[in-house]
Design a protein around this ligand. Sequence first.
Ligand code: GLN
Ligand code: ZN
Length: 774
Amino acid sequence: MPVTTANLGFPRIGPRRELKKALEAFWAGSIDESALRETARSLRAANWARQSAAGIAVLPSNDFSLYDQVLDTSVMLGAIPQAYRDLGAPDSLEVYFAMARGTRSDAEREDDAACSHRQESDGLPAQEMTKWFDTNYHYMVPEVEPGQAFSLCAAKPLGEFAEALALGHRSRPVVIGPVTWLLLAKSRTPGFAPLTLLPALLPVYRELLAQLRAAGAEWVQIDEPALVTDLDETAREAFRTAYADLGSAAGPQIMLTTYFGGLEENLDLALSLPVAGLHLDLVRAPDQLEPALTHAREDLVLSLGVIDGRNVWKADLGALIDRLAPVVKARRAIQIAPSCSLLHAPIDLALETELDPQIADWLAFGVQKLEELALLGLGLERGRYVVADELSANADAIAARRGSPLTNDRAVRERVAGITPASARRDMPFARRIERQREHLRLPPLPTTTIGSFPQTGAVRKARADHRKGTLDRAGYEAFLREETGRAIRWQEDIGLDVLVHGEFERNDMVQYFGEQLSGFAFTRAGWVQSYGSRCVRPPILYGDVSRPRAMTVDWWRHAQSLTERPVKGMLTGPITILQWSFVRDDQPRAETCRQIALAIRDEANDLEAAGARIIQIDEAALREGLPLRRAGWDEYLDWAVECFRLAASGVAPETQIHTHMCYSEFNDIIAAIGAMDADVISIETARSKMELLDAFASYRYPAEIGPGVYDIHSPRVPPADEIEALLRKASAAIDPRQLWVNPDCGLKTRKWEDVRPALTNMVAAARSVRGTL
Ligand code: GLN
Ligand code: ZN
């Protein structure tokens, strides 16, 4: 009954974002390839050292990446589209970074978690990028074509295995499995199913396994997270075919790894595959342990993912030992591991010198999670008394968190308990509200507006940095922001926009800005998590009951509105987006936490209204990405998500117009929920899809008003007025023109004024010209 501790992957960005800095220096031409590779090598060495010092027995290799592990896999399999191939050797950095970032001179990406798109200009585009399952990590979408040929380039996995070996670690290489890789792949050929390429792909994987074995690998970790999603029979059959083949290859033993959820109806399938081990995510799906134990072959090595790789809380080690001890006794071999790769967790809590020590004591980042795992391993193998001191410290922290007034604010709990269906319902149905609003607002048809932010120029960022450093005092900083806001208001009036915004110059980030003002949130200094490539985010930690000690946005709004007669929108981030982009507490359902945030945002909306705001926009950029991986979970999620938005939006009078904004363009799956949100106006992204998505709204008969984005803000390109006009005409054919607003796709904070000025001027001109013909 040996218990082995294993890790599935470690963050590669470096505790001080060393990889980010090296990559950006390399792209800027200030360091060369060998310097970049040297940084990468030393990060890997440090990561192995850290994991082994924490006491982990099975260390991963090939979990490192210069950009993205899915892209690494595509290159390893030789799935490089021809256009990139022409740039150099298939394993060169030229080809690799061209796939990752395109070859444009302005390949810098947007600095916005929601709108991570590439800019358009000459040169090769980057491969498409999208979110990895339900995480905020973005991968490069593999591209295949009918008849796709594959060829193995195993330099990276072999090189990193050898590197670890030279440092004294016989690592377990990590590779993405063939079925998940194909299920994530896209083809430009309509109707072509990448999964049909499996027979062509398997020999490459067999060859890879043989080479890893020859290099000395005893185990390989093959990640197949697709096993926790809804699979059709073709995909299930693909798993059988693939692992019948790979299980018989002359390779290392296979640890088939699943994460981000439960196997559910795929459990039998997974257990039937001829592999040596199976990893289960027991954080997301604790209940799958029992059926797995009942049905697993006696010699199957079960790897139990019991430490949460997706969140920042200490594990309850005493409870885990109680739960796992009988399992360990009953099975021949058990591994324990984090639920998934630690890629999604911040690296080291020890770097946090400014966190409230009370809260810090509840947390475990990557390094601490591995220490927990090692303790758990010791306790399970040699008995609790061996780690008695550590267990009692852990128990104290767990108890302190559970009983802390920070996590239990009576007033907040009573308020949430007092929510009734009426709290989430506006006083009047939309059809009547909109009449009052039209009277109240007196806007022209096709009203023009923007999404909220204006360019965060160097001057704005510098003022914020100076203020943070203390070289610019509060009064000076605020005077600067008032000045900036005033300029934006005058300029919007000059070009003739109908509904103005204050510009959001005072906001560092749409979630952080609110989190910093709400109770219940903590912020880290170095809690970076990779979002894509060199880009990292530092999600706030939502540890306690959420309340709003004082108004957050009203003064800025009031200042802006004092400068103009035209309506200035009050601008708020919605509860789901705040929840989705934070590390949230795991001691109560997400829905409960979201309701607390919703009530705080509701208070803010009410205060804006009381101050005179006629329009309030509540952004929900992250509504769609919160959808559970499996369809069976969608309704439940959408029910509470919609309820939370409505809670935030329903405290205001019928004449106050509620806008929402969502910067993406896939609405088909959630259109009913969007309708149920009962916003008065929604602005969405459409410029790049040429208004096609309006069909979803039209066929659903979306009753409220819509602002389909007519200006692709992800590009510096200035759209000419006639192009915007054509889009507007197309939109007014799909949807009653009385429902239409005119606005860009998203906020303009990442753009430059040089682009924004002519683009919005053209937008206003286009709206006026279409208005004249309605
Ligand atoms: N109001 C925000 C802005 O304009 C919205 C950002 C977003 O949707 N990502 O910046
Ligand atoms: Zn947006």
